[in-house]
Design a protein around this ligand. Sequence first.
Ligand SMILES: NC(=O)c1ccc[n+]([C@@H]2O[C@H](COP(=O)([O-])OP(=O)(O)OC[C@H]3O[C@@H](n4cnc5c(N)ncnc54)[C@H](O)[C@@H]3O)[C@@H](O)[C@H]2O)c1
Ligand SMILES: [Zn+2]
Length: 470
Amino acid sequence: MAANALDRHLVLVGFMGAGKSKIGAEVARRLRRELIDVDAEIERAEGPIERIFAERGEAAFRELEARQFAAAAGRFFPSVIVLGAGAVETRELLSGGWVFQVVQLDVDVEAAWERAKGSSRPLAQDETEFRRRFELRAPLYAEVADARARDADDVVLAAAGIHVETGGLQLLERFVKEPAALVTEPVVGGIHGADAQLAFPFEESHDLPSGEAAKEIGAVERFWRSLRIGRDGTLVALGGGALTDAAGFAAATYLRGLPWIPIPTTLTGQVDAAIGGKTAIDLAEGKNLVGAFHWPERTIIDPALLATLPERERRNGLAEVVKTGLLAGEPLWELREPELVRRCAAFKAAVCLRDPQDRGERKMLNLGHTFAHALEAGARFGVSHGDAVALGLLAALRMSALDTTAVEDVLAPEPVPADRELAWQALERDKKGEGGEPRLVLLEAPGQPLIDVEVPPELVRAELNRLIAE
Ligand SMILES: NC(=O)c1ccc[n+]([C@@H]2O[C@H](COP(=O)([O-])OP(=O)(O)OC[C@H]3O[C@@H](n4cnc5c(N)ncnc54)[C@H](O)[C@@H]3O)[C@@H](O)[C@H]2O)c1
Ligand SMILES: [Zn+2]
């Protein structure tokens, strides 16, 4: 069983009526992967399934199914493979867990029967037989599947190894391989550390400093030197984006790489920082200048951990939520908390699964951030990241000639005091395109990001100036 589908096939299983074909198609579209529907492949090669059942029997059908599945699983490029409901009855079919990740689409028997009855499917002709098969297969799905899902967002999250669940700390028992080490920081450790230790008896427990100080090389060096676990162990990181960035970097580098599990405790962490495998520390020359791509084995997101988050930190996260909603083309900021986190996390996960090494479209996640980074530099970091991003989003929408109401209503950005020259120098250094013009992420429309748009410097500078208080 694989923990994620990063470079593997994603296989969807589940009972009739669970929506496998429809959700499979949606997931394939979002991950830009090919969709292989095993039943459809069989029909293409052999004719209608009802006829195969009637003329050759179920056993012959299961053989054809196994053959088509093997052909799909043998393809080079990771795809989305939809398996027929009964395939799990062929026990050896999914036993080679190292090549694919299996996700079960969940449905209850009533809903399944409502959808399947009246269809021509051979095993949906009689309600008693339908229910018998449902009971028979439920434990088989549970055995082969790494995760359960109800919709396309759930499947994308599972594909990234992300579990969004209230009370998620309990999952540690299932996922952590011993020997295990916990790393947190004093503020978060003081509030949630005991619960983590209760959920899993960590042999080692470490502290990095709270906030951005976790990302200083000295702090990381002390952490490296205190670690005792070996490469067979797991590093669990409990904290905000600064803590998971630093701990993830330590996990990427210590002994040339350990499996790690972030448990983000800020809204920024849950919708952004702990997703996608980017880890980093800071240099005096700038933030995030040293780092590694190191995809977590699992990510555990428990929205209940946000209950203790100070309002100021929530606001920082909300700016990233608005950014995500603009990129997705949906007002995700209007959702309530567990669902808001789930939807935003799924959006970022899909972008990162498509572009894990940040070579192309993942750049869209920089929406508003070129201006934000310039303002942070111009204000010598006297402005919060969230306030800077709010202003950056405002600027990006204005330059895209789009409505700014959502950003104004939800984030109420106000111009901040900053050194105009310093801010402009930072922006130029940050985003010089080939022609020497700044390159920005803009929107054609909400939900339609444009990356690497070259914009004349005087326009960008004028827009930047509007964000700075007199
Ligand atoms: N890797 C990525 O893709 C990525 C993306 C976005 C941001 N980041 C990084 O994330 C960092 C910012 O993360 P952040 O905004 O989470 O800040 P943070 O990690 O500094 O946490 C903010 C503050 O909140 C406190 N805190 C955290 N969780 C709490 C809780 N549940 N209850 C009470 N207090 C809590 C912390 O002690 C800290 O003082 C930056 O370093 C940024 O570069 C990384
Ligand atoms: Zn940000």
